[in-house]
Design a protein. Structure first.
Lengths: 509, 496
């Protein structure tokens, strides 16, 4: 593995700007790493080396010509396969969309391209972002770089694994119930769910429209901030987009100062069912923050106990409607069109075969929840719970600047361990779901390896809507203090360990 | 195909009809409901489309502000209350003309509700209560190729044009209309006619039923006379003209009456109207889908502020009924004469022609006969003919001045329609002015007398009615460019 692959996106951007490094060199290094490592990790569904190198060369040329470029111009990125991008397939990890080449760029794709960021390819995910392990991908599962027998989290396991295996310094994700944060937690990377409405959903294939939030994934908090700044902003194409000034997340990450901040632990997000090693690292992180001058308190958010239940009514309801358009009529898979079958037959055959078990499960759940006679009891009640959760957050934020919890109750579980137990799978998102329901922002930062299994744990920070800068202030402070304590970033530990030896080529070790 | 029908008068002795009308109005906004594509009829199939109206994965809707404005104006003109805040909802069902397999519509929160329309039918006033007017998007258009029924089920294949997908629609729904008795069908027709005039006056829609920019679903049920519990209803679709509405309602009354009188039950269902004069069942409501409405999460609530609504109220035109009464009186037409004008959609044209100087009778004559025929022949609306009300008035002025006769005036109109210029220019260019020179006329008369001596003899004997043959000959001689009355005078003079 090339040395430069362990550097932060911010450092790489600085070196590119200084002319010490070319984007073509950097992109080549990433592509080489993908070629060497991805057969094991399987983070990518699609890599377009030619296109990546061509856009890298374009950035190098513009820089050579003296153009003023952004801090990430020329830095490569792995894109979750849910963002549309012209000239490349978008599958959302589903067979039903296989072969579809979108004719338009998502707003965020466009912003990323406009920033000169080099897109390496599209990363694997649970089908239509439904899952916590990438095992629901219609193509193949992604493997956790820390232990290839374990899941990389989901739905954005591909993006997180690409970061943790040094294939890319930046990645894009979407977070509907934890799909950015939970993979970040189990791979020792950083993941941010911005405030709902601050990152455009236009061109992001919808799973649950009222919850889906595109966000940045990175190895370091500062990198996430730089990417966050590129992604965020009002979009007239997304009616739910917020037309308001965005807080300066980059400055907040640079400040990394928690002195006097009130940090409250959410009582409901911990205790029974949480892996002891996860709890231990969480407690240590609190100590660190306290040492840094933060005031640690505790709050109760009683409605959070109902978050998972409400989420599994609202989300599938929206899923059942959003996934209706995959009907074989206009794009993607089409089965049974033999001139004899009726249009309904073709729809049924295509959907029956093209969707995986989890997609079908949620379509059925949602169809049921929205049915006449059940709507009030299910969808209606869930919306009430959603309101109560929002109020719990509001009340808690009068007492604290940010709320914290473990990101996910356990470290990475084994591939196959929960595939037949949807409820166990759903519990991976216990701590992340409340922020999606309320629309506020949250981040997962690495909090060290769990002593019981040596796998990464994540520390979740939650802040009010449009106060995304607080996440970065706390996250960067914690990250810096923990790095001092560990002597190196968590992922460098992986690269220099036996378990991570496959990530670096023989000669480098 | 025809079902058992009861005599209409007999049906009216036994039952009271309850009417309900759902009218869809396509708005004539420049762009579609949720995207920037042109909202245009008759374009190359699938040319007015984009990721949004094609429902491509990842695309999102953005509400057309102009459509909201039209919806509010329609709501106000119907006497509705405009919601302070309302939402869109998704109506979920699978069909190939739907790009998203749900229609973005409004459900429990329409933009306008609780209106009232008063109609006069044969001197009797009916109050039609409006339940709601809500916004939604149209679906694409399917063409089923092959197969006997023209339906999707037995088509060889189907073509779909998504140009119409996302066209802004306003659906106007009445409350059940009772107490119309034998006039139910006429009231139904009058109501739709009223809406058509209103939309036209508001300028919000082309309201062309034959193109589908105004569509009506006619609901009707019967209840035994003297009772007040509504019967099971049918919803008849595909009624694409005012006449069809009246005929379809009358047919359904007679059919349902026969079913009920025979001790049967009316099946609650959708029926299709056939221009040949009957309805056939569509999908029955028992197997109808559950639309699983829920608030559209991709759109935020629409909350028109009060000041804007009041500003729009100020832009409302004179209500068509009021305007109609005023003009009928001013022009001195009988009720039926005036109704013909309204039904032909030529009220505004005639008004403009009168303003340009023509008499109401002349203006009515030209637009309802000669020009209506031309519009029919070329399949366009009267307003689309390439002749302006001012030009029609000018043609009439030429007739009044004796420059041309009626027959020649038609040729002047030909010229104007062919783009040959103003009426006076056409008269010169085509040399259409009547021969007013008596000596030229007298010569032509003499030629005719010489050519038809036996006819001339009859006239000399006092059979003046025989003059017609000679007039004809003179007119032919002068290529129609003569005043027939003057020719008659000259013939009689010559032979007396």
């Amino acid at each position: 593995m090339s040395e430069i692959l362990q550097e932060s996106a911010a450092q790489l951007g600085a070196r590119l700007t200084a002319g010490e490094l070319s984007s073509v060199e950097l992109t080549t290094a990433c592509l080489d790493q993908i070629e060497r490592v991805d057969p094991r990790v399987r983070a990518f569904l699609y890599v377009d080396a030619e296109r990546a190198l061509s856009s890298a060369a374009g950035v190098d040329q513009r820089r050579a010509a003296g153009a003023e470029l952004g801090p990430l111009a020329g830095v490569p990125l792995a894109m979750k396969d849910i963002f549309t991008m012209t000239g490349a397939p978008t599958t959302c990890g589903s067979r039903i969309l296989e072969g579809w080449i979108p004719p338009y760029n998502s707003t965020i794709t466009q912003r990323v391209l406009d920033a000169g960021i080099v897109v390496l390819g599209k990363t694997n995910m649970d089908e239509f972002a439904m899952g916590s392990s990438t095992e629901n991908s219609g193509f193949f599962a992604t493997h956790n770089p820390w232990d290839n027998d374990r899941i990389p989290g989901g739905s954005g396991g591909g993006s997180a694994a690409a970061l943790a295996s040094f294939e890319a310094p930046l990645a894009l994700g979407t977070d509907t119930g934890g799909s950015i944060r939970q993979p970040a937690s189990v791979t020792g990377t950083v993941g941010v769910k911005p405030t709902y409405g601050t990152t455009s959903r236009y061109g992001v294939v919808a799973m649950a429209s009222s919850l889906d939030t595109p966000g940045p994934c990175a190895r370091e908090v500062g990198d996430a901030a730089l990417l966050h700044q590129v992604m965020a902003g009002w979009d007239r194409r997304d009616s739910t987009s917020i037309n308001a000034a965005m807080p300066d997340v980059v400055a907040a990450a640079q400040a990394a100062d928690v002195r006097g901040m009130k940090i409250a632990v959410v009582r409901e997000l911990g205790g029974e069912g949480y892996q002891p090693g996860v709890q231990q690292r969480f407690a240590e992180a609190l100590e660190v923050l306290s040492e840094l001058g933060a005031v640690i308190t505790e709050v109760s958010c009683p409605s959070f106990d109902y978050a998972l239940g409400a989420y599994y009514l609202i989300m599938p309801s929206e899923v059942s409607s959003n996934l209706a358009r995959f009907d074989a009529m206009r794009y993607g898979l089409r089965l049974g069109d033999d001139g004899v079958n009726s249009v309904e037959d073709v729809m049924n055959l295509t959907r029956g075969s093209g969707f995986g078990a989890e997609a079908k499960r949620r379509i059925i759940l949602g169809t049921y929840a929205l049915s006449a006679g059940y709507y009030d009891a299910y969808y209606g009640s869930a919306q009430k719970v959603r309101t109560l959760i929002t109020r719990d957050f509001e009340a808690a934020f009068t007492q604290a600047d940010v709320l914290v919890s473990p990101t996910t109750p356990t470290t990475a579980f084994r591939l196959g361990e929960r595939v037949d137990d949807p409820l166990a799978m759903y519990k991976a998102d216990l701590c992340t779901i409340p922020s999606n329901l309320a629309g506020n922002c949250a981040m997962s930062v690495p909090s060290g390896l769990s002593p019981d299994d040596g796998l990464p744990t994540g520390f979740q920070i939650m802040a009010p809507a449009l106060a995304d800068d607080r996440l970065y202030r706390v996250g960067a402070a914690l990250e810096a203090a923990l790095k001092d304590r560990w002597g190196q970033p968590l992922l460098q530990g992986l690269a220099s360990s036996d378990a991570g030896s496959y990530l670096v080529s023989e000669g480098e070790r | 195909m025809s079902a058992e029908l009861m005599d209409f008068a007999e049906a009216m002795e036994l039952f009271d009809p309850v009417l309900g009308l759902e009218v869809h109005v396509e708005l004539n906004t420049a762009t579609k409901m949720f995207c920037g594509c042109a909202n245009q009829f008759g374009s190359e199939p699938n040319s007015n489309t984009c990721p949004v109206c094609l429902g491509l994965p990842g695309s999102l809707p953005v509400v057309n502000g102009k459509a909201i404005e039209s919806a509010i104006r329609i709501g106000l003109a119907l006497g509705c209350t405009i919601a302070e805040s309302c939402r869109f909802a998704r109506k979920n069902y699978f069909y190939p003309d739907m790009t998203k397999d749900f229609q973005t519509s409004q459900y429990d929160e329409p933009i306008a509700a609780e209106g009232l329309v008063e109609l006069e039918v044969d001197g009797e006033v009916f109050a039609i209560e409006i339940e709601r007017a809500h916004m939604e998007e149209d679906a694409g258009k399917l063409v089923h190729v092959g197969g006997a029924s023209g339906r999707i089920g037995d088509a060889e294949y189907s073509l779909v044009d998504y140009n119409r997908a996302g066209t802004p629609l306003i659906e106007i729904v009445t409350k059940p209309i009772t107490g119309t008795g034998a006039k139910a069908a006429a009231v139904g027709r009058a109501y739709v006619s009223y809406l058509r005039d209103l939309m036209r006056a508001l300028g919000v829609s082309d309201v062309r039923m034959e193109q589908g920019s105004l569509r009506c679903d006619a609901n009707i049920s019967l209840m035994p006379k003297g009772t007040t519990t509504f019967g099971l209803r049918t919803e008849t679709k595909n009624v694409n003209s005012l006449r069809s509405i009246e005929n379809a309602l009358t047919y359904e009354i007679r059919r349902q009456a026969a079913v009920l009188a025979a001790g049967g039950k009316v099946t609650q269902e959708t029926r299709h109207w056939h221009e040949e004069g009957y309805t056939t069942p569509g999908r029955s409501k028992e197997e109808a889908e559950d639309y699983r409405y829920f608030p559209e999460p991709d759109l935020v609530p629409v909350a028109p502020n009060h000041a804007w609504v009041e500003e729009l109220r100020g832009t409302l035109p004179e209500p068509p009924a009021v305007k109609g009464k005023r003009l009928q009186q001013a022009w001195g037409f009988a009720a039926q004469e005036f109704a013909d004008i309204v039904n032909s959609g030529s009220l505004d044209l005639i008004e403009a022609t009168v303003t340009a100087g023509a008499s109401p009778a002349a203006a009515r004559k030209w637009w309802l006969t000669e020009l209506a025929r031309r519009a029919n022949e070329t399949g366009v609306e009267l307003a689309e003919l390439p002749i302006s009300p001012a030009q029609v008035a000018a043609v009439q002025a030429l007739v009044d001045a004796g420059t041309v006769n009626d027959k020649l005036a038609r040729q002047v109109i030909d010229g104007v329609l062919a783009g040959e210029g103003e009426p006076a220019e056409v008269v010169v260019a085509r040399n259409l002015a009547v021969v007013s020179d008596d000596s030229a006329l007298t010569e032509a008369v003499d030629r005719a007398i010489a050519a038809y001596p036996d006819v001339a003899a009859k006239i000399r004997e006092g059979k003046v009615q025989a003059a017609g043959a000679l007039i004809g000959a003179v007119m032919k001689d002068l290529r129609g460019q003569a005043d027939a009355a003057r020719v008659r005078e000259l013939i009689v003079d010559r032979l007396s």
